[in-house]
Design a protein around this ligand. Structure first.
Ligand code: PEP
Ligand code: MN
Length: 348
C-alpha cells in the first residue's frame, strides 16, 4: 500500500506536510508496519512494507484517507512492492565508486568474461580503468552450458581480483552462483552479480537479501519483466541495493545474434521500477562487431550504464571469445558512449 501525500509549495507548507507525513507513518508504525518514506519534488510517498490482510486494510485505508495531507491511498496488487516505481517515484541511486548509479552519470562496468590469469586481469584492469570504466568485471565461478568448457578459476581468481582492486582502487563485480560462495565473494568483491541462469535461484536471492553490498541482477533470457522484478523483490526484502541488468532474451531459431537485444524493455522496466537498469551489449550480440552500436542504442534508450566484456586478446579468451572487445574497440565504445550520453542529457 502506498500513501501519496501533498506536495509542499513553499517552506512553511513543507514543515506542515513534513509533520503530516510523520503522522501517517506513526499510524502505520502503531499498527505494526514498517514504512519507507520517499520525499520527492513532485510528491511525498509513504510506502507500507509487508503484508496486510484485506479486512484490516479496508479500515486502515479509510482512516488514512481522512488524515490531513493525504492525497490518495493506493493498494499495490502487484507481486512486487518494494521495487515498484510507485513506491519511490523519484528513483533510487546506488553508490558504486563515487557514481550514484541510477542518477545522471552512467556506470560502465568492463572487463573479461572470465578471470583467466594474473597477467590477463592485471592488464585488463589497468586498461579499462584508463579508458574510463567505473568498475571492473570478471567471472570466477562461470556457469557454462557445457561441463567440458572452462568453469572459471574459482577462489584463486577471487584472491587475484582482491589484490588488484586494492592496487587499482576500482570496484570488482563478480558472479555468485550459489549460497556457499557469498562470504568469499563478499570479502573480496564489491558487487555481487547474479547471472541470468540464477535469476530464479530463490535460495540465492534470499541469501543476498542479507548482504550489505549491491547486487547486480541479470534478467533470465526467458523471463518476463514481471518475473525479473519479483526476483528483485526477494533481495529487496532485506537489501535495497539492487541494480538490474538486461542482457538479451532467447532468440528465434536461426537468428544471427546470440540473444535478441531487449533494448525496448529498458524504458519499460524503468517505468515499472525505481531501481537502476544497466545494459549488457555483449551477451545479446555474441559478436564484437555489433557490440558498439548495440551499446549505444541501450544508452539512448535510457540505460543507467553498461556491462561490457573486454579482453586483452579476445580470440584467445577461454569463454565468450567472439564477443569480447579488445582495448582499442573499448576505447572507441567509450568515446561514442560519451557522445550519445551527452545527446540524452547524461554524463559518463
Ligand atoms: C556474465 O555476464 O558473465 C554472464 C555469464 O552473463 P549472463 O548471466 O547474462 O549469461
Ligand atoms: Mn560472458
Amino acid at each position: 500500500m502506498i500513501i501519496i501525500m501533498k506536495r509542499p509549495e513553499g517552506k512553511e507548507e513543507a514543515a506542515v506536510i513534513g509533520a503530516q507525513v510523520e503522522a501517517v507513518a506513526d499510524v502505520l508504525h502503531q499498527e505494526g508496519f514498517k514504512t519507507d518514506i520517499s520525499r520527492g519534488v513532485e510528491k511525498n510517498v509513504v510506502g507500507l512494507l509487508g503484508e496486510i490482510d484485506p479486512e484490516r486494510a479496508e479500515t486502515l485505508v479509510s482512516h488514512l484517507r481522512a488524515m490531513p495531507g493525504v492525497v490518495a491511498v493506493e493498494r499495490i496488487s502487484k507481486p512486487y512492492k518494494r521495487v515498484a516505481r510507485k513506491t519511490k517515484p523519484q528513483g533510487t541511486t546506488i553508490p558504486v565508486n563515487g557514481i550514484a548509479v541510477g542518477g545522471n552519470r552512467l556506470l560502465v562496468i568492463a572487463g573479461p568474461c572470465a578471470a583467466e590469469s594474473e597477467e590477463q586481469l592485471g592488464s585488463a584492469i589497468a586498461e579499462v580503468q584508463k579508458l574510463g570504466a567505473g568498475a571492473f568485471r570478471a567471472g570466477v565461478f562461470k556457469p557454462r552450458s557445457s561441463p567440458y568448457s572452462f568453469q572459471g578459476m574459482g577462489e584463486a581468481g577471487l584472491i587475484l581480483l582482491d589484490r588488484l582492486r586494492k592496487k587499482h582502487r576500482i570496484p570488482i563485480v563478480t558472479e555468485v552462483t550459489e549460497v556457499s560462495q557469498i562470504p568469499l565473494v563478499g570479502e573480496r568483491a564489491d558487487v555481487f552479480q547474479v547471472g541470468m541462469r540464477n535469476m530464479q535461484n530463490y535460495d540465492l536471492l534470499r541469501a543476498l537479501s542479507h548482504v550489505r553490498k549491491p547486487v547486480l541482477l541479470k534478467r533470465n533470457h526467458a523471463a518476463s519483466l514481471d518475473e525479473l522484478l519479483q526476483s528483485a523483490e526477494y533481495i529487496a526484502r532485506g537489501n535495497e541495493q539492487i541494480i538490474l541488468c538486461l542482457r538479451g532474451i532467447k532468440p528465434l531459431q536461426g537468428s544471427v545474434t546470440r540473444n535478441t537485444p531487449d533494448i525496448g524493455d529498458i524504458p519499460v522496466l524503468k517505468a515499472m521500477t525505481h531501481l537502476p537498469v544497466l545494459w549488457d551489449p555483449s551477451h545479446p550480440t555474441g559478436d564484437r562487431r555489433y557490440v558498439i552500436p548495440v551499446a549505444l542504442a541501450g544508452v539512448a534508450a535510457g540505460a543507467d550504464g553498461l556491462l561490457v566484456e573486454v579482453h586483452p586478446d579476445p580470440p584467445k579468451a577461454l569463454s565468450d571469445a567472439e564477443q569480447q572487445l579488445d582495448y582499442e574497440q573499448f576505447g572507441q565504445l567509450m568515446d561514442a558512449v560519451r557522445r550519445v550520453a551527452a545527446a540524452v542529457g547524461r554524463t559518463v
